[in-house]
Design a protein around this ligand. Structure first.
Ligand code: SF4
Ligand code: SF4
Length: 274
């Protein structure tokens, strides 16, 4: 295992080293970085892209100044490898719903994974997987979590820039509703009775779905301190949403984010107060 380095490189002669790692995921968040296009060239002026298998087979050994980690932990090998990545990284940032909340594959956390394997694979005996899909923070210390499915590329550039300059990333923790109002949208819930997860969902997409007249389904995960009990109450009492539909909405890309997980289990057990 490579020694964990706290040394900052980055003199004009030696640019900071960036590494991008993949665990269980669809690669969409890594593609958000590649999607930066023009900005990526500017970024390459300031950092050495030392390890990014999605973009290049050229690999430089660690340690790395900043590691971006996509994907969740679903195998024993993943659990071993993330500790190795952490040990090689001065700062480690997780990107996307899989890395920050276990991803859509965390639906296994509410079911019997062996049953899924038996249905999906012709030869289940070849599959070695954990019973759960867990976020990176359940295994190693994480310096910052960037939400989204996939992440927003402008927020990603802001986070990279902030870590390179040793400052706090300017990523607002408020809800999609705030973004919706900033865009001057008419609220699809209030105006049309469309169920919307916006009040409890983390900002970052620019209120994309309500801008096109549909409800938010929570792909950016929970905002800071979301009031899921109130959301569930209003969905049920005002919109007439049944319990099963509400649980399905909470068990989405961020099903295992602790607040969404707890809210869906409360509903399932009939212990939600409202
Ligand atoms: S449409 Fe959704 S995100 Fe926009 S203000 Fe209404 S509840 Fe919030
Ligand atoms: S409005 Fe909601 S579901 Fe749509 S992109 Fe934004 S966070 Fe995701």
């Amino acid at each position: 295992m490579v020694q964990h380095s706290r040394t900052v490189t980055g003199s004009p002669a030696q640019k900071p080293k960036l590494a991008v790692w993949k665990f269980a995921s669809c690669d969409g968040c890594q593609l958000s970085l590649l999607d930066c296009e023009d900005e990526l060239l500017q970024l390459a002026d300031h950092v050495e892209i030392a390890y990014f298998m999605e973009a290049s087979s050229r690999q430089q050994a660690g340690p790395y100044d900043l590691s971006l980690v996509e994907g969740s932990i679903t195998t024993a090998e993943d659990a071993r490898r993330i500790r190795e990545v952490r040990a090689q990284s001065r700062a480690l940032v997780t990107i996307g719903a899989c890395a920050t909340a276990g991803g859509i594959q965390a639906l296994r956390n509410f079911a019997d994974v062996d049953e899924f394997i038996a249905v999906v694979y012709a030869h289940p005996e070849y599959i070695a997987t954990l019973k759960t899909s867990t976020p990176i923070s359940a295994h190693v210390p994480v310096d910052f979590e960037l939400h989204g499915c996939p992440i927003n590329k402008k927020q990603l550039l802001e986070v990279i820039s902030a870590f390179l300059h040793r400052r706090r990333p300017q990523v607002p923790p408020h809800s999609v509703c705030i973004e919706c109002k900033l865009r001057g949208n008419v609220c699809v819930w209030v105006a049309h009775g469309t169920p919307c997860m916006g009040p409890v969902t983390h900002a970052g997409c620019g209120a994309l779905c309500p801008t096109y007249n549909r409800g938010c389904y929570g792909c950016f995960g929970p905002k800071e301190n979301p009031n899921t009990e109130s959301l569930c109450h209003w969905w049920r009492s005002e919109l007439g949403t049944d319990k099963a539909t509400l649980i399905e909405n909470l068990r989405n890309f961020n099903a295992s984010a602790p607040v969404f997980d707890a809210a869906s289990r409360r509903l399932e057990q009939g212990s939600d107060k409202k």
